[in-house]
Every structure is written in structure tokens, then in C-alpha cells.
Ligand binder design. Structure first.
Ligand code: PLP
Length: 452
């Protein structure tokens, strides 16, 4: 896209007001320097100085159809003109249609949709549904996970960010899901790691008391914690364990869903159907905040004659739902899911494997579809991470240098601890990917300087 004329004066004013008044997520307020964004289109965004960036982060992994899709923008405008808002206890066209389109795409009998404003609220409500449905309280969640930053969601989260708000996590028990590259157990291959992880989960349940466990929650493919695709058989094994003990199986597809994994839902890749599935982000590419829980027949039945004890003023907001309807139609019309699957397999994976051969800082390449991670290391032999796993948001020098090098070359990377994730919009083109990988190649030479 043609860039508008640079306008550094407006950029400076935007930045000044931000620095004076906006309190940013996960940040030491005086140590950050947010880029002032002037606009965005497709896979790119630009600042007021005339710099354009190819977005390999999809925002926070949510712009699955890219920025400013004209059909979604028009649908939001049209809905605003027709009925900009309405309370949740009514049947509203945009809401009904969004629920129908989502239910048609979710696996199995996940046919009822509870709408929220985002992922964390979806997790909160899924857990509440599971607790009421079973009459049990404990929820098992994995270390190396991210489920959001509200009360229950942050306690279920298995990364260091929960420390500040964790009161010993009443009702939450954590376990080690499979991750061969950094398993804390002994395992030589994926099959052993899978077997180990299932045995560990089952013994955790035995010690906690199966009659006390309401739910197991897992990201189908843990995203923020490192895009760890599960070994074959793992999720089906968890499904069987849940069935054996009457435990509700919750899959969190907030990041992995709606095309990201090259399928409508990552669960489709593993042929597994949870009892509850949370979603957000890609459902409408984040054009208006929206998330939700897709509910199986069995759990919907619990709330058929007794009220569900939960609700939100903006549940199923018409603008958000209209954006979802338009997004899902665009995804069908433009073959967005197929694009993510095809370019993921034909371009992203081979390019990343080529980078891994050239750069000693790349320890492991993981992923599927448009959902990939490079695990950056100091030492390929020991897998020692490029930065230690103590990151609670502080800047770490080698990753900051890598990030700056990428940005200098017009690539906006996603960085978390010692990893860079390659998560462009699912609408990305082959040419854009090639451009991004050329920049990534150069930026990785900066990471290489920190290897042994
Ligand atoms: N669950 C998963 C798997 C996520 O990746 C995220 C956000 O990244 C959330 C939940 C929380 O979503 P939100 O930030 O919309 O509350």
C-alpha cells in the first residue's frame, strides 16, 4: 500500500498524550517507548515518520484477516447505523447470526455460544460452567500456559506473570504438559514424552482426588508460552482421562482458533472434541472486542432448566458480532484457513528450517499453519535459553537487540522471553513472507552474537 505523507508533528502529539495519560499493560510505565501508529492495511502498519512495518505478530496474534479489511469495516459501519448496541437478554440479528456461524464451525456438539468481551472472560466463564456442572471445585492447568489476566484466568496461567496476583491459587492445581525440548522429566522422543505427560496427569488427579476435580484446561497448542504443538495422542489421552473421571475438558482456543493453526480450530488437527472451548481474537480479527465459550450439549443441558449464574452487560455486543459475521464470511470467501495451511507448510516451515541451519541461535523450530516459534538459545547442545526464564516484562538485552534489528529492517516481530514467534495474518502472501524472512535472517545474526 502507498504510505501517506509523514506527519511527525501529529506523531509527537499522539506520543506525548500517551506518555502523559495512558497506563500500559505488563509494563514499567517509565521504561517503555510505544510506537505512535498512524495507520494499517493488510499485513502492514506504519508510523508518523514514514516507516512501514510488516506485522509478523498480528497485533497480539489476533488480526487473522489483516488490518482494515473493507468488508469487515463496512459491516461494522452498517451495524452502527442500524443498531449500534442492545442489551444481552434480547435476540438480535447480528448476535444470532454470529452464534450460528461459530457453532457451525466448532467441532462436535459445541453448539451453544456464550459471548464475552475477550479471552480472559471466556476462560472465567468456562471454569464457572465446569464448576457448576460438576459440583466440584479444583481445576487443573498446565505450567507454560497463558489463559488471560483476570482473577481465575491469571491463576490458571502457568507463566511468571501470575506471581503478582497469585494467592496460592485456591482451587488451581498445575501439571506439566508435554514439551520434549524442555521437559523437566526424562524423555527421549515425542512418544515417551506423551506417555510421561499422561501418566503424570493421571497421578496428579489421583493425589488431588478425582471427585474434587471439576476441569482440566489446556490450550490446544500453547501459544504465548512457546507454540508447543502437542505430540500425537496426547489430547486424545486427556480426553479419555476426563471421561474416566467425569472431569470437564476445556480447550482454550483463544489464540489457536479461527485459522491460526491452518484449520478452523486447532482441535480439528488432533481430532479431539472438548466439553467447552474458549475463543476470542481471530473470531473477528479483533476489530471489536469479542470472545466466548462454545458449549457442548451435555453442559448446555445443565443450564436448560436452571439459570446460568453469570453474565456481562456487553455479552454479544452487536458491533462485535457484526464484525464476526463479516470476518467469518471473508474467511470462507477468500480461503483464509486454506491459505494459512498451505503457506505454513510450503513457505513458513521450510524457510524457518533453513534459518535454523544458518543461525546457531535457533535451538528449535515449532509450529503449524501460521503459528510458529523459534526457540532462541545460547547453546544448541544444552538448550540453554538466550535469556533466562525470569522475564516478568523486563527488557532483556539480547532479545531487545534482536527486536531492534528486525524493526530496522521493516519487520515487526513477536517476542516473548527467549522466543520469537512467526504469527503473521493468515491472509499473508508468499511475497510478504519472503520479505519477512529476509529481514528475520539479518536480525538473527544479532542473536547469534550471544551464542557460545
Ligand atoms: N487464552 C489464551 C490462549 C490467550 O492466548 C489469551 C491472550 O493472549 C487469553 C486467553 C486472554 O485473552 P484476552 O487478552 O482477550 O483476555
Amino acid at each position: 500500500p502507498g504510505l501517506p505523507e509523514p506527519d511527525p508533528q501529529t506523531g509527537a502529539a499522539v506520543k506525548a498524550a500517551d506518555r502523559a495519560h495512558v497506563f500500559h499493560s505488563w509494563s514499567a510505565q517509565d521504561l517503555i517507548d510505544p510506537l505512535a501508529v498512524a495507520g494499517a492495511q493488510g499485513s502492514y502498519f506504519w508510523d508518523y515518520e514514514g516507516n512501514r512495518f510488516l506485522d509478523f505478530s498480528s497485533g497480539l496474534v489476533f488480526t487473522n484477516i489483516g488490518y482494515q479489511h473493507p468488508k469487515v469495516v463496512a459491516a461494522i459501519q452498517e451495524q452502527a447505523g442500524k443498531l449500534a448496541t442492545f442489551a444481552p437478554a434480547f435476540a438480535v440479528e447480528a448476535r444470532s447470526e454470529a452464534a450460528r456461524l461459530i457453532a457451525e464451525r466448532t467441532p462436535g456438539d459445541l453448539d451453544k455460544i456464550f459471548f464475552t468481551n475477550g479471552g480472559a472472560e471466556a476462560v472465567e466463564n468456562a471454569v464457572r460452567m465446569a464448576r457448576v456442572h460438576t459440583g466440584r471445585t479444583k481445576v487443573l492447568s498446565a505450567y507454560r500456559s497463558y489463559h488471560g489476566s483476570t482473577a481465575a484466568a491469571i491463576n490458571l496461567t502457568g507463566d511468571p506473570r501470575r506471581w503478582a496476583s497469585d494467592n496460592g491459587s485456591a482451587g488451581v492445581v498445575r501439571f506439566w504438559a508435554p514439551f520434549l525440548y524442555r521437559t523437566p522429566f526424562y524423555a527421549e522422543n515425542e512418544a515417551q514424552e506423551c506417555e510421561r505427560a499422561l501418566a503424570h496427569l493421571e497421578s496428579t488427579i489421583a493425589y488431588e482426588g478425582p471427585q474434587a476435580v471439576a476441569a482440566i484446561i489446556l490450550e490446544t497448542i500453547p501459544g504465548t508460552a512457546g507454540i508447543m504443538t502437542p505430540p500425537p495422542g496426547y489430547l486424545q489421552g486427556v480426553r479419555e482421562i476426563c471421561d474416566r473421571y467425569g472431569i470437564v475438558f476445556i480447550l482454550d482456543e483463544v489464540m489457536a482458533g479461527f485459522g491460526r493453526a491452518g484449520t478452523w480450530f486447532a482441535a480439528d488437527l488432533y481430532d479431539v472434541v472438548p466439553d467447552l472451548m474458549t475463543f476470542a481474537k481471530g473470531v473477528n480479527s479483533g476489530y471489536v472486542p469479542l470472545g466466548g465459550v462454545a458449549i457442548s450439549g451435555k453442559i448446555a443441558e445443565t443450564f436448560a432448566k436452571r439459570p446460568y449464574p453469570g453474565g456481562l452487560t456487553y455479552s454479544g455486543h452487536p458491533l462485535a458480532c457484526a464484525a464476526a459475521v463479516a470476518t467469518l464470511r471473508v474467511m470462507e470467501e477468500e480461503g483464509v484457513v486454506e491459505n494459512a495451511a498451505r503457506l505454513g507448510a510450503e513457505v513458513v516451515e521450510p524457510e524457518l528450517r533453513r534459518l535454523a541451519e544458518r543461525h546457531p541461535s535457533v535451538g528449535e523450530v515449532r509450529g503449524v499453519g501460521m503459528f510458529w516459534a523459534l526457540d532462541l538459545v545460547k547453546d544448541r547442545e544444552t538448550h540453554e535459553p538466550l535469556v533466562p526464564y525470569n522475564a516478568t516484562g523486563e527488557v532483556n538485552a539480547p532479545m531487545a537487540a534482536f527486536g531492534a534489528a528486525a524493526k530496522k529492517r521493516g519487520l515487526w516481530p513477536f517476542i516473548n522471553m527467549n522466543r520469537t514467534h512467526v504469527v503473521p495474518p493468515c491472509t499473508v502472501t508468499e511475497e510478504e513472507l519472503k520479505e519477512g524472512f529476509a529481514a528475520l535472517d539479518e536480525a538473527l545474526t544479532v542473536a547469534d552474537e550471544h551464542t557460545v
